[in-house]
Design a protein around this ligand. Structure first.
Ligand code: PLP
Ligand code: COI
Length: 364
């Protein structure tokens, strides 16, 4: 049964001129559409009771929270990221939204927040995109980035799961995350980890990103747009970047990516890349991958390409790994053939230019 949403239309939406100016050069995450979704929950996660009520579309705008609200103190917050794409015939589609809904619920379980029915998640995304459809860009590489999130909203200072929650979806027109598809340098965080065994690494929760920012600052100071994190318990084992998973292409048609150990995020782009690579006849390996192997692969020339992937940034070729002690890779690295072919393949499915053989698209 689909969720019923009430609609409170924004009496002061952006003018056509303002919206056109934003869509001309959307950037990433700087401009928001006229509306948002909100759904309230009350219940008790421990007892497994509760209900989601008052599903609504309302004007985009500030949330009013009591200063004692639990999310402000103990960080009960989770989020998702997915995109809506306009196809050539004008129709709008999202990519594997049910996978985001399922991951939100895995994050919710880890953060002691309530589960949201998967169909409510997809309905919420559809409602918002329908009311703000004029904000879906149509340019090459552009999309409407959707940011569903959930917070504990109970005003209460005791340390226990919140008995109230808010699920919301906001939307932001998006261009290319890095501005170009030129290869990016990444910084090795050899001081800080973002996750550890038994922690929240596999959940998409705000706290993981807060913990990664100090490393990001260090990366920025060295001209790197992303940071690579290692597993602190397995010497030199590569995990993921601050907001992307990472892949290694070898000259014998092999594609290697760190396996899911519970400390990295199970990327939906990662999973899609693995499937597309298998479709291309590549041998795919999900396993531990160490810095030694990276170094040796580059030295021998057998490691031919490195790339990172995620919803926001799609697929980005990696040029060099920089750290306090060394540089792996060379300055004149060009975007690799396999990287760019998989990127093209993924974007073609998302934008309706290639056949959706895996059934990944949902019409909004
Ligand atoms: N890893 C982290 C830490 C992320 O924030 C993201 C982005 O969502 C990813 C990986 C890639 O996940 P996805 O492909 O589902 O966007
Ligand atoms: C995404 O790719 O959707 C992300 O969430 C990464 C980043 C913007 C936090």
């Amino acid at each position: 049964m689909s969720t019923e949403f009430t609609r409170q239309i924004n009496p002061q939406p952006a003018t056509d001129e303002v919206r056109a100016a934003v869509l001309e050069n959307p950037g990433f995450g700087q401009h928001f559409t006229d509306h948002m979704v909100c759904i309230d929950w009350q219940g008790d996660v421990q007892k497994g009771t509760g209900s989601w009520d008052n599903a609504r579309i309302q004007p985009y705008g500030p949330l009013s929270l009591d200063p004692s609200t639990s999310v402000l103190h103990y960080g009960q917050e989770i989020f998702e990221g997915l995109k809506a794409y306009r196809h050539q015939d004008g129709s709008v589609w999202s990519f594997r939204p049910e996978a985001n809904a399922a991951r939100l619920n895995r994050s919710a379980q880890r953060l002691a927040l309530p589960a949201l029915p998967e169909e409510t998640f997809v309905d919420a995304v559809r409602e918002l995109v329908r009311v703000d459809e004029a904000w879906v860009p149509s340019g090459e590489g552009e999309s409407l980035y959707l940011r569903p999130f959930m917070i504990g909203t109970e005003p209460f200072l005791g340390v226990r799961p919140s008995k109230q929650a808010l699920f919301s979806v906001i939307a932001s027109p998006a261009g290319n995350y890095f501005g170009t598809v030129e290869p990016v340098d990444i910084w090795l965080s050899d001081t800080w980890a973002r996750a550890g065994k038994g922690g929240t690494g596999a959940a998409k929760c705000g706290g993981n990103y807060a913990a990664s920012l100090i490393a990001q600052l260090e990366g920025d100071a060295h001209g790197c747009s992303q940071v690579l994190f290692l597993d602190p318990e397995r010497e030199g084992a590569v995990e993921e970047l601050g907001g992307m998973n990472v892949f290694f292409v070898f000259d014998d048609n092999r594609l290697v990516t760190p396996e899911l150990t519970g400390t990295i995020l199970e990327g939906i782009t990662r999973d899609s890349v693995l499937k597309l690579a298998r479709d291309r006849g590549m041998q795919v390996e999900e396993r531990a991958f160490t810095l030694d192997e990276w170094r040796e692969g580059k030295r021998s020339g057998r490691l031919t390409e490195v790339f990172a992937c995620g919803t926001a940034a799609v697929i980005a070729p990696v040029r060099r790994l920089l750290s306090h002690d060394e540089v792996i890779g060379s300055e004149d690295e060009r975007p690799g053939e396999v990287t760019m072919a998989i990127r093209r393949q993924l974007l073609d499915v998302q934008t309706g230019r290639a056949e959706d053989t895996h059934g990944w698209l949902t019409r909004l």
